[in-house]
Ligand binder design. Structure first.
Ligand code: SF4
Length: 473
């Protein structure tokens, strides 16, 4: 009997669908992730009793290792918002924030967060989240974060705020002056405030230890996403990828549990690759990989399953996406460095996807399209996210010109259900798939011959030696 890996737990009903053809196996990585996130929410709900201090902060440019070094607990408002969206409950929170005075144009993550506050700060798991002891405004690229925290300061009066300003890497270069500027802020403002709030003295050795663990997790997650270069891809790097980036973005980067999780996940994905298997969807394993895509922009969370279905029904697999790099760009070799702790935190923040310039983003995406043998490039433009959306048309046209690759552009929102139009998106995607299909039929540039397949089902002669070298096989 063939094994079917259970889909991520957030896909309600997916396990049932996947169970149809065969038995459902809960992969060990899924159990590990469930345990990690459950423990975090438990620690948060009991924080006031246990005396643990709580930091509200953001995903892009997060200082996860520093928070761990002070034994504090992180709350990421964007993650709460997207989880509300997936549970289809963000709409009413957004409307409450609009009634409170927030305009229609404001980022819907912000409105979801404010709506959550107005409704008693009950988190997406149904448990009340503790108020912050520290507002840590360490962010990259998007100025909405700045305004968001100004609002949180008003909602939580008297809570100390530490701000780490990240210089924009406009020309793609990170200079020593920029690093020094950030290190000075860490030394003079961020760390002293964390010492004051936590009541603990800064321990550089402890920070270095967490940075070493972060580097290990970054190695594993890079290797996992490298495996989607294989044809067929063993996982979907966008729809399943958003699940895989959960631990590294939710405060576990730098923790031992994350290293264990990503190592385990790597072994599981590598096994799928060795067996030549296709991604698991909410309706079981994909029958055939027909189109390989690179996607720019976040997904829609309110209609996540319907959105994904539009792709897997057509045999489309996302092999690389910019969104899964939002918590850190590790493809280019960047790793947190235990020997240069504060400098590496600074370089991490400046190298985040949201902090790099449009030409840099185009170069990165061009590399993805080539390296992952994509048949097409798609943008999901988010109505309320100016940070991602600005310049996307330019990115698309530039890539089309450079590579001659089929491109398409759809629009939706993160967590506002009013901006998801199924028919519009389907129309656009249908034309896109048709275009790629035609291109393939006439032997277009991304017509890839499938690798030799052995009797045991092993594929991908190019990648096998790599997997063997890693000890995965
Ligand atoms: S505008 Fe976009 S990047 Fe900025 S906070 Fe909102 S969702 Fe995040």
């Amino acid at each position: 009997m063939s094994k079917i890996i259970a889909p991520p737990p957030f896909l309600k009903g997916a396990a049932k669908a996947a169970a149809k053809p065969s038995e459902v196996i809960k992969e060990r990585s899924m159990l590990l992730q469930k345990q990690m996130l459950g423990d975090l929410f438990h620690d948060l709900t009991t924080a006031k009793d246990t005396g643990r201090k709580v930091v509200y902060t953001f995903v892009p440019g997060n200082l996860s290792e520093l928070i761990l070094a002070f034994d504090m607990l992180p709350v990421y408002p964007e993650i709460n918002a997207l989880q509300w969206g997936m549970r289809k409950k963000s709409g009413s929170l957004i409307r409450d924030a609009e009634k409170y005075g927030y305009s229609e144009d404001v980022c819907t993550y912000v409105k979801c967060d404010v709506g959550m506050f107005l409704n008693g700060n009950i988190g997406p798991t149904g448990e009340k989240l503790p108020p912050p002891d520290l507002l840590l405004l360490s962010y990259t690229g998007c100025f909405t974060f700045l305004k968001w925290f100004e609002n949180l300061q008003k909602l939580y009066p008297g809570v100390p705020t530490a701000m780490l300003h990240t210089p924009y890497a406009a020309d793609g270069v990170i200079t020593e002056d920029m690093v020094t500027y950030m290190v000075r802020q860490l030394e003079e403002d961020v760390i002293p405030k964390m010492e004051m709030v936590s009541g603990k003295k800064f321990n550089p050795e402890k920070l270095s230890r967490h940075l070493g663990l972060a580097s290990e997790s970054e190695d594993w997650i890079s290797k996992i996403f490298d495996l989607t270069k294989i044809v067929p891809s063993p996982i979907d790097a966008y729809f399943a990828g958003v699940y895989y980036i959960g631990p590294i973005n939710a405060g576990f980067r730098g923790a031992e549990s994350a290293v264990e999780y990503y190592h385990q996940l790597y072994l599981e994905v590598a096994e799928r690759a060795r067996e030549g298997r296709t991604p698991v969807t909410p309706e079981g394993e994909l029958e055939e990989e027909r189109f390989r895509l690179v996607v720019e922009g976040p997904p829609n969370w309110t209609h996540f399953r319907e959105f994904w279905k539009l792709f897997y029904d057509m045999g489309a697999v996302v092999v690389a996406s910019s969104y899964t790099k939002v918590g850190g760009l590790f493809d280019n070799g960047f790793r947190h460095d235990p020997d240069n702790p504060l400098e590496s935190l600074a370089r991490y923040c400046m190298g985040c996807y949201t902090n790099i310039s449009l030409p840099e983003r185009v170069n990165l995406l061009e590399g993805f399209i080539k390296d992952y043998k994509a048949d097409g490039f798609l943008i999901n433009s988010i109505k309320s996210c100016n940070s991602f959306s600005a310049g996307q048309l330019l990115i698309m046209r530039e890539l089309e010109q450079r590579l001659g690759v089929p491109v398409s552009f759809i629009e939706s929102d993160l967590v506002d259900p009013r901006y998801f139009s199924y028919a519009n998106i389907k129309n656009r995607l249908d034309s896109f798939f048709q275009m790629m299909d035609q291109r393939k039929r006439v032997g277009g540039r991304h017509q890839f011959s499938k690798p030799e397949q052995t009797s045991s089902g092993e594929q991908c002669s190019m990648i096998l030696p790599v997997l063997q070298q890693e000890g995965a096989l």
